[in-house]
Design a binder for this molecule. Structure first.
Ligand code: PBG
Length: 322
């Protein structure tokens, strides 16, 4: 073969490198997660996520307008409620923190609103469902998810994103939305969601670490790939519109296999710990933040993701405009 085949020929010229580039980042493929916290009046930086804030509801308009101004087209909303209880009633209260944030967002912008749908930010025990006999009660939780879905969609959410990993959650939510006449509300299913150490900073942000036990009774164990395919298959059958893999970079093989097997759109969630790792290393001067961000996000799209949820969305949008 050598020297007829010289791979370096297509790497020597910047224009040629652009022509042969297989994967590029695009702003309209990014989703920005945002936190709104009912218990504060001024924004507060999340200590383990430098540059990311818990925002008071009074800042909804400014936060959304800034993101929209940077060209962000989609946001994923999380809430911290004023009060937590055993059944997470703040999640499905019509005057709940995210319901309020959705309404205020829709008042100022036509950005796509995706609402995370889970109870863990709203329960005093920090689990993703209600508890009976010392365990998270799958079927009782489904009823609460159904109610939450209708409440979020009625407030104006375009998409609901169930992240609690209860069996049958997509079907329960689809049925409830349809029964309420909300047939155009889409479901982005956290389908292959692993029990990950990389959620640590997020749980600091929304105070949702379980007070007892952990999430291994409902989130997936790290070593399983076939089980992830089964989760995605079931969500597809139950009526999911978009399938998600979470976290992203430690699970690129799952993204790739899902892309090869399923024709539904696939989302990859670059989670809080993935964000914080890059931030911490960059703050120490150990790697170049901008390059690490672009490279890690590109890897998600190269693996087959159609969209990425990332706390870096605003900085990437700015970078892509330069
Ligand atoms: C709620 C939820 C979590 C995340 C998104 N939705 C936390 C968890 O499962 O404990 C994590 C997001 C992140 O780490 O950025 N269930």
């Amino acid at each position: 073969m050598f020297p007829d085949t010289r791979m370096r020929r297509i790497r020597r010229n910047p224009a040629l490198r652009s022509l042969v580039r297989e994967t590029s980042l695009q702003k309209d493929k990014l989703i920005l997660p945002l936190f709104f916290d009912e218990t504060i009046d001024r924004r507060r930086e999340i200590p383990s996520m430098p540059g990311i804030y818990n925002n008071p509801l009074s800042d909804v308009e400014s936060v959304i307008s800034r993101a929209a101004g940077e060209g962000i087209g989609s946001v994923l909303l999380f809430g911290v409620p004023g009060k937590k209880d055993g059944v997470g009633s703040g999640a499905y209260a019509d005057d709940g923190v995210v319901q309020k944030a959705i309404k205020r967002t829709k008042d100022v912008s036509d950005v796509l609103v995706i609402a995370d749908l889970c109870l863990c930010e709203y329960t005093d025990h920090g689990h993703c469902g209600c508890i009976s006999h010392g365990d998270v009660d799958n079927d009782a939780t489904l009823e609460l998810y159904a109610e939450t879905a209708v409440s979020l969609a009625s407030a104006g959410a375009d998409v609901v994103a169930p992240s609690g990993m209860m069996d049958g959650q997509v079907a329960a939510i689809r049925r409830a939305l349809d029964d309420a006449g909300l047939k155009d509300t889409a479901i982005m299913a956290y389908s292959a969601k692993y029990k990950s150490s990389f959620y640590g900073p997020f749980r600091d942000a929304v105070h949702s670490a379980p007070s007892k036990g952990d999430r291994s009774g409902y989130q997936m164990q790290w070593g399983n790939r076939r089980e992830a395919m089964q989760e995605m298959f079931l969500d597809m059958e139950e009526g999911a519109d978009i399938l998600m893999v979470k976290p992203a970079m430690p699970y690129l093989d799952i993204i790739r296999e899902a892309r090869d097997r399923f024709d539904l759109p696939i989302a990859a969630y670059q989670v809080s710990g993935e964000y914080s790792m890059i931030k911490a290393a960059a703050a120490n001067g150990w790697l170049n933040e901008n390059d690490a961000v672009m490279e890690s996000l590109t890897s998600l799209f190269r693996s087959g993701a159609d969209m990425a949820i990332t706390y870096f969305a605003e900085s990437v949008a700015k970078e892509l405009d330069r």
